[in-house]
Write a protein that binds this ligand. Structure first.
Ligand SMILES: Cc1ncc(COP(=O)(O)O)c(C=O)c1O
Length: 423
């Protein structure tokens, strides 16, 4: 009898011991560095997934690893509600300095996940306004908790079988120019929602991703966020900017909303890459909003864990550097040119889109089959790639922003190959 490889053994144990409710990839990780992941059988993959957008600074970014090691030598969990520690405060200081939100004095709350941060943004918005309702958008993804699953727009696999859903969540159209939904349509749809479904005087907040991530890397048209903000201001509704996937340098600005001139959200929700590979998420906004909830109303046992905070200080220092952002924007231009080149000879690609280096292609065909085949073919060729979109027919590129020109070229050659092998 031949001996099982480590890969097969761990996957067999995974099938035996781990909930089948979690999607099962074929990759079994042993090591990761920069833009590469090595599996337990010694095979190396070029990583254009980044653990779903969590590695903007690359795997084991040296300043992050150093900060984690130093922090581990000092102390681990304390609970910020039991003992104050500086790394938490320092993350909040950086978020204040980098905040795109309205108001002078910015403050933050640190939590464990993007979903938890969105939950807290809604709690704060409700506390501030005294209103119950939340408006979200088509193609949105905000998380998997009861409230954020309700706010999320895709039924399978996120919502099917999990009802009843949280009350007072209303959905408006989102711009999707490639599929015929303009900013005008989206604004008209919002106004119709206010006539037909929910009184705007009862709406606490809207929650918008400036580039919808899981929904298909749909960047908002240049006029839309400002027009949405006008509607919010007219009705006293808070504008929550969910940048869990689009933030922390992913679009070549620290926050994607900075691409939209004059749009200052009320609350910013960040997560994923902010922890450099450790779990951390945040809600940031002006003191008058962030202090509206009394002591004890916000928080959590592990939120703002010292290791995550030490890592986040290193990440935020890196991405706030204008040189880092300029390189990210240059990377975006190179990637966009390569994607247009890819699309020019492949009519099955209908749209090339995104902001800066947060880029994707949407296939004309609305079935998920081809995109899945391309992702599988890339995997066979040593590359981690992800699809997304309501129809699952969008291929997104989440390469680390620190990727070398050679690695990027290698990645594009694999993508080209994967398209051709599945044609
Ligand atoms: C825009 C956005 N918001 C929220 C979330 C939820 O984050 P988490 O999985 O950390 O709860 C995600 C995750 O993909 C996301 O992309």
């Amino acid at each position: 009898m031949t001996e099982m490889s480590d890969h097969d053994r761990i996957l067999a144990d995974r099938a035996r011991y781990v909930s089948g409710g979690i999607a099962t990839p074929r990759l079994v990780v042993a090591q990761a560095e920069g833009a590469r992941v090595t599996d337990v059988d010694g095979r190396t993959y070029l990583d254009f997934a980044g653990g779903i957008g969590c590695q903007n600074t690359g795997h084991r970014f040296a300043p992050v690893v150093d900060a984690i090691k130093a922090q581990a030598d000092a102390y681990l969990h304390q609970c910020f509600m039991v003992g104050v520690y500086e790394p938490y405060v320092e993350v909040c200081r950086r978020l204040a300095e980098l905040s795109p939100c309205t108001g002078e004095e910015q403050k933050s709350l640190l939590v464990n996940s993007g979903a938890e941060a969105n939950e807290n943004a809604v709690k704060i918005a409700r506390a501030v306004t005294g209103r119950p309702a939340v408006v979200v958008f088509d193609n949105a993804f905000h998380g998997r908790t009861l409230l954020t699953m309700t706010m999320t727009a895709k039924v399978k696999p996120y919502k099917a079988g999990f009802g009843p859903f949280a009350p007072e969540v209303y959905r408006a159209p989102a711009p999707y120019p490639y599929r015929g939904v303009s900013s005008d349509d989206a604004i008209a749809g919002l106004k119709r929602l206010f006539k037909a479904e929910v009184d705007p005087a009862t709406v606490a907040c809207v929650v918008l991703e400036p580039v919808q991530g899981e929904g298909g890397f749909l960047e908002m048209p240049s006029d839309y966020p400002a027009r949405l903000l006008d509607v919010c201001r007219e009705h006293g509704i808070l504008f929550v900017d969910d940048e869990v996937q689009s933030g922390v340098g992913r679009t070549g600005q620290v926050w994607a909303i900075e691409h939209y001139q004059g749009v200052e959200p009320d609350l910013l929700v960040s997560g994923k890459s902010i922890g450099g590979g450790l779990p951390l998420a945040a809600v940031t906004g002006p003191a008058e909003l962030m202090d509206a909830v009394g002591p004890g109303g916000l928080g959590g046992t592990f939120g703002g864990n010292p290791l995550s905070c030490a890592a986040a200080v290193a990440v935020l220092d890196a991405v706030a550097d204008p040189g880092f952002l300029a390189e990210a924007r240059a990377l975006g231009e190179t990637m966009r040119a390569r994607l247009h080149e890819l699309a020019s000879s492949r009519p099955e690609i209908g749209d090339v889109r995104g902001l800066g280096p947060m880029l994707a292609v949407e296939l004309v065909d609305r079935s998920a089959d081809r995109a899945k085949a391309i992702v599988d073919a890339a995997f066979e060729r040593g590359m981690l790639l992800l699809s997304c979109g309501i129809d699952g027919n969008v291929i997104r590129l989440l390469a680390p922003l620190t990727i070398s020109a050679e690695e990027l070229d290698e990645g594009f050659r694999v993508v080209e190959d994967a398209f051709d092998a599945t044609a």
